[in-house]
Ligand binder design. Structure first.
Ligand code: IPE
Ligand code: IPE
Ligand code: MG
Length: 222
């Protein structure tokens, strides 16, 4: 999973409007998708827009939505050709009907693909996800357990991420997949998202490979 952060600063460093950084960020998504595919990654979740991001200036939100619609329109066919299965996590309620429709079409078109599953987190919040899952469990009259709640999370059916990458220098989760990240390895780097590519992604995977994942147990050597 990736928290793609630093688009705005990347643009500001170039004395350009923040929107230009977001556009450059789309190019990084393309690069990383290709790298993930070659590395045999089966699930990739990218944080594209948080629930808190609605609090940004109206113009930036509007431009992000336009970019999202345009990118979906432009990329879905090629993602489909590359056997990518697209899913979205997040509330979606705040989106224009046109955008919701485009998202639904992308899901439908790619639902039987067997390659990499790309989860795009838009209007997503980790707290929201836990609350909406709990509501659904209660509505079904089922007892709340780890398993029953997990089944109702927006990520149901997708294993929890092995690795989380956050670009842009901040070392925080920003209300991303709070439940799902319980035992995820966390990788933070200063590189701004538009500068992140193949080499950086490989570095993150190599770092991950060197981790000793204990899940509460003792190390193998003990
Ligand atoms: C991440 O880049 C993209 C979104 C949150 C939509 P930012 O826009 O947060 O870029 P910085 O952190 O301001 O540089
Ligand atoms: C996190 O980045 C959200 C996305 C990358 C979509 P933010 O830039 O919104 O996070 P904060 O505000 O710095 O925590
Ligand atoms: Mg940011």
């Amino acid at each position: 999973a990736i928290i793609m952060d630093g688009n705005g600063r990347w643009a500001q460093q170039r004395h350009q409007p923040r929107a230009l950084g977001h556009r450059a960020g789309v190019r990084s998504v393309r690069k990383v998708l290709r790298a993930a595919h070659s590395a045999g990654v089966q699930y990739l979740t990218i944080f594209a827009f948080s629930q808190e991001n609605w609090k940004r200036p109206e113009l930036e939100v509007k431009l992000l939505m336009q970019l999202f619609v345009a990118t979906l329109g432009r990329e879905v066919a090629s993602l489909n050709r590359n056997n990518v299965r697209i899913r979205f996590i997040g509330s979606r309620e705040g989106f224009a009907p046109k955008l919701q429709e485009a998202m639904q079409q992308a899901i439908e078109l790619t639902k039987d693909n067997t390659g990499l599953t790309l989860l795009v987190a838009v209007d997503y919040g980790g707290q929201w996800d836990i609350v909406q899952a709990a509501r659904r469990v209660l509505a079904a009259g089922v007892e709340i357990t780890t398993e029953s709640l997990e089944l109702q999370l927006d990520t149901h059916g997708v294993p929890p991420p092995d690795l989380l990458v956050r670009t842009g220098g901040e070392q925080r989760i920003s209300n991303f997949m709070l439940w799902q990240l319980a035992y995820t390895e966390l990788y933070f780097c200063d590189t701004l998202w538009p500068d992140f590519g193949d080499a950086e992604f490989t570095r993150a995977l190599e770092w991950f490979a060197s981790r000793d994942r204990r899940f509460g147990r003792l190390p193998e050597s003990a």
